[in-house]
Design a protein around this ligand. Structure first.
Ligand SMILES: [Fe+2]
Ligand SMILES: [Fe+2]
Length: 200
């Protein structure tokens, strides 16, 4: 990591620390720990991974009005209809827009990763896959048991990890009678085609 990138990350970490609850900040830090390991394992850009990890939930505690106003004020993102029905799902999009304002030459990899970290999308890219996985398996998470976590970590590609998480998410949402977003379904369908037969 060069000095400029390091300052970028530390500055962003301070902004997040001063903008979200301590619980959310601690989750963000654990997501960074998790994504850093994935970045090393799968040879991803470490700086991009750290920035995506620390910033992804920057807008998670915003109310719906603040999220929607940020989305409407920018031409960078076109929200999907089913996202607009549940604006909290757009907290990643709002966080991505805010980060782009702070860092105009922000990498598209980081922008897309943060934008799509909630639902997943075929547009999320490798950093997006790594963020999606880290957000789900970071050490403080209690929604998965150790067997499920191990099953995810044992996958040999980020794509298969995402595929496994989507399967778990879909079961959970179906049990609760909650809708599954179209972008999630498209991603799952894509991964099922690419990794058919490996989805246990
Ligand atoms: Fe989030
Ligand atoms: Fe998160």
């Amino acid at each position: 990591m060069n000095i400029l990138k390091k300052i970028d990350y530390i500055t962003l970490k301070e902004i997040v620390k001063n903008s979200v609850s301590d619980k959310r900040y601690q989750h963000s830090l654990r997501t960074v720990v998790s994504i850093e390991k994935l970045a090393a394992r799968f040879d991803l850009n470490r700086s991009e991974a750290l920035i995506a990890g620390i910033w992804h939930d920057y807008a998670r505690e915003w109310n719906e009005t603040a999220i929607l106003e940020t989305i409407k004020s920018s031409k960078l993102i076109t929200p999907l209809k089913d996202e607009l029905l549940h604006p909290v799902l757009l907290h990643g999009a709002a966080a991505a827009i805010k980060l782009k304002k702070l860092i105009p030459d922000l990498s598209q990899n980081v922008f897309s990763a943060i934008r799509w970290h909630t639902a997943g999308s075929t547009e999320m890219g490798k950093i997006g896959y790594a963020l999606f996985v880290s957000d789900f398996i970071e050490e403080g998470r209690e929604h998965i048991n150790s067997e499920e976590k191990l099953a995810i970590e044992r996958k040999t590609s980020l794509e298969e990890m995402v595929q496994k998480i989507l399967s778990l998410n879909f079961c959970h949402l179906e049990e609760q009678g909650r809708p599954i977003l179209k972008s999630s379904i498209s991603l799952k369908n894509y991964l099922d085609i690419v990794f058919s037969g490996k989805n246990d």
